[in-house]
Write a protein that binds this ligand. Structure first.
Ligand code: ADP
Ligand code: MG
Length: 704
């Protein structure tokens, strides 16, 4: 916990093996070779890799590093790393040398058998390889383990199947690059060489006191509370959102920022969120694959620094029932190497034909593949948010804002857009305030997929989930739509006419996906149903979208996933859902059996003793005895709900792995969990606080 003042520019990226460091330390030729690999995907020869590895090692050792790790994103959702020290076998003199070869840099062979592969490795080879992703810079992480050189890598099977998130992400980035360039060329752009999806992920999280956290088995084992009654005060006052950040939290945020800046994560915005104890952190956007890695670093750093400050960071999507949950807003746009944002409409979008084509292509992509986008945000925690009366709804729709919606309407009704609505001035009525121009693209917080100025914001991603899946889907569905458009336009006799027709066609055919109203309302659910939009309420119902014929042909066409890879991923999704619910159910059983029931039994005895003593003393004990009756009834209810939960959880363990098991957990075990929670939460409201065996919601949320 440092309090000294510093200059951000001095520390930013100090632990990153970035372009400046490489330019300084690598021989010119080696640097050029590496740049070619990074920018154009040229293969790196071992000789060059050896030189880079040596310099990287020297640099890392100067930063105090003793170990290196191939850092990767397996399908468990958490980053994996295996640490090797730089030391080589002792010399005859007894001394050791520090070594790190090109081979060690570019390839690793972790014992991969315990990472989920969805059957992929079983059918091919039991080995897995990590391969250096030189497009995401290596960095030195400092923590309790000392300093470690972290090398971002992709993780594949012996035969090249992706066992991670990074590989398909990189493939999808290539797909969108190719198709977006094709489209730009049609509009006469001959200068841009590369199009990269740019991503900025806003991260929400909760902070709770570490001591209280440790008194709750549910938080320890599952990351969320499985029981808990609402405190007298919730978030109804909206006094936390953007509120003044308390000193303990401020000091935490400061340390988080320092750590992030050092490893090159451009942490930019921080504020309190809607719920008490909830906060948000947003970095400045960057290339999609780096943004994915950075988001993992952000999550790890939040957890690590929280512990150092005597707190725990909860990344779960729904740590507290009845309180706002957490997610990630995935801001996405397409930017060329020469700085053109393809999603920038300019001041007069109606005249910007290229933009209108891109926009309508994206409408088409989202309309066609809404189920895939929804699936990309599915994780067990998100079931408590999406479709459960919380932001955002489970129905995918696109929010365009007044200005663009008007342009699209003009296109659909007359085939021609002739004007763009203007934002106008913001009237504050105070002369001394500067005149502000109102945005013509207003905000709608309830939309899961919103156009916000010059980017789309996909707001469904869970707070604990990697943002990789969503970006893989976004990149690929956009690539498909661009490719379809190019197929038509490249063969058109009259390009101008063909573009106009295509924009009108896409706008007309896909208008059902546009929705600018209140996404939380019951009316929208009805309306969406009339429009034939998907309303996929759970992870279990979302997974099949991954392996539909539509999905397989999409991903195979652009070389992002093979059918086998998709099937393995679906299998892993089912498995991880079943595992997550199984742990939750068993934790509930444990807590009910060993903590709540014994505590309440003790309490009923106290009440019974009181009734006897008071009655013996000749006084009226009717209040005490009615209280005793109420508590005893609820205790009985608890016990029978517990019996049912135990029974269905046992039954679940007898199901074979796969969809059947996952569905059993969703349709049988989850409701049984809810039925156990209800009487326990009621008991918490009436049992003496002293007798309750763990901290309450009030303790956790308001006493950080
Ligand atoms: P908010 O949505 O909370 O109003 P901002 O719009 O300022 O916040 O930005 C949220 C996130 O979007 C930040 O991470 C920011 O860097 C990112 N962002 C801004 N512009 C783009 C863009 N063109 N492409 C991708 N992400 C962007
Ligand atoms: Mg946002």
């Amino acid at each position: 916990m440092s309090t000294e003042l510093f200059n951000v520019a001095d520390i930013f990226g100090e632990n990153v093996f970035n372009d400046t460091v490489m330019q300084e330390r690598l021989p010119k030729k080696v640097y050029k070779n590496l740049k070619n690999t990074i920018e154009e995907g040229k293969e790196l020869d071992l000789e060059t890799a050896d030189v880079i590895a040596h310099e990287m090692k020297e640099w890392a050792i100067e930063k105090g590093a003793t170990h290196y790790t191939h850092w990767f994103l397996p399908l468990t959702g958490v980053t994996a790393e295996k640490h090797d020290s730089f030391i080589s076998a002792p010399l005859p003199s007894g001394k050791i040398l520090m070594s790190f070869s090109g081979k060690e840099l570019i390839k690793g062979e972790p014992d991969a058998s315990s990472f989920p592969s969805g059957g992929l490795r079983a059918t091919f080879e039991a080995r897995g390889y990590t391969a250096w992703d030189c497009t995401s810079p290596a960095f030195v992480r400092q923590d309790a383990a000392g300093a470690t050189l972290c090398i971002p890598t992709a993780f594949c099977s012996y035969t090249g199947e992706a066992l991670d998130q990074k590989t398909p992400l990189l493939r999808s980035m290539e797909a969108i690059n190719t198709q977006a360039l094709r489209l730009l060329r049609l509009f006469g752009n001959t200068t841009s060489k590369k199009v990269t999806p740019s991503v900025g992920a806003e991260q929400e999280y909760f902070l709770v006191d570490a001591k209280k956290f440790l008194e709750r088995k549910d938080l320890i084992y599952t990351g969320r509370t499985l029981f808990g009654a609402m405190p007298p005060k919730g978030q109804e006052l909206d006094d936390h959102y953007f509120g003044t950040i308390r000193q303990r939290i401020a000091s935490f945020m400061r340390d988080v920022n320092i750590e992030l800046w050092k490893v090159g994560v451009s942490s930019k915005t921080q504020h309190n969120e809607v719920a008490p104890a909830q906060h948000e952190l947003a970095p400045i956007y960057t290339e999609a694959n780096i943004a994915v890695d950075h988001n993992q670093i952000v999550m790890q750093t939040l957890k690590r620094i929280a512990s150092q400050h005597g707190m725990k960071c909860l990344l779960h999507e729904k740590p507290f029932a009845g309180v706002n949950g957490s997610g990630k807003h995935n801001n996405w746009s397409l930017i060329t190497d020469d700085g053109i944002n393809m999603l920038d409409p300019g001041k007069t979008p109606h005249e910007n034909i290229q933009f209108l084509l891109i926009l309508t292509c994206i409408l088409k992509a989202v309309n066609k593949h809404a189920d895939l986008l929804r699936e990309s945000a599915a994780d067990p925690g998100n079931d408590h948010r999406l479709g459960a009366n919380e932001a955002p709804p489970a129905i995918i729709s696109v929010f365009l804002g007044e200005q663009l919606e008007d342009v699209i309407e003009q296109l659909i009704s007359t085939g021609e857009a002739t004007h763009s609505l203007k934002g106008g001035k913001l009237e504050t009525g105070v002369r001394t305030l500067p005149e502000l121009m109102k945005d013509a693209t207003d905000r709608n917080r309830t939309s899961p997929f919103a156009f916000t100025g010059n980017k789309f914001e996909f707001r469904m991603v869970g707070s604990r989930d990697s943002i990789a899946s969503s970006n893989i889907v976004l990149n690929t569905i956009a690539a498909e739509a661009f490719s379809d458009a190019c197929d038509v336009l490249e063969n058109a006799e009259d390009f101008q006419l063909a573009v106009h027709d295509l924009i009108k066609k896409y706008a007309t055919e896909n208008q059902r996906i546009i929705f600018n109203g209140d996404g939380y309302s019951e009316a929208w659910v009805e309306e969406a149903k009339r429009r034939g939009l998907h309303n996929i309420r759970s992870m279990v119902e979302a997974i099949p979208a991954m392996v539909s014929d539509k999905a397989v042909s999409l991903f195979e066409k652009f070389g992002v996933f093979t059918k086998a890879e998709l099937e393995s991923r679906a299998e892993i999704q089912y498995e991880s859902y079943a595992k997550a619910i199984n742990i939750e159910a068993r934790t509930m059983i444990d807590m009910a059996r060993k903590q709540f029931i014994p505590a309440v039994m003790k309490y009923t005895k106290e009440l019974a003793d009181t009734v006897n003593t008071v009655t013996a003393a000749g006084a009226d004990a009717s209040v005490q005895s009615s209280c005793l009756k109420e508590v005893s009834e609820l205790l009985k209810e608890t016990k029978s709900a517990l019996d049912v939960l135990e029974k269905v959880t046992r039954e679940a363990s007898q199901k074979g792995e796969g969809p059947e098991e996952a569905k059993f957990f969703y349709y049988e075990v989850v409701p049984a969990m809810e039925n156990l929670r209800t009487p326990v939460d009621k008991l918490e409201m009436i049992v003496d606080k002293e007798a309750w065996p763990m901290p309450s919601y009030g303790d956790l949320l308001f006493e950080v």
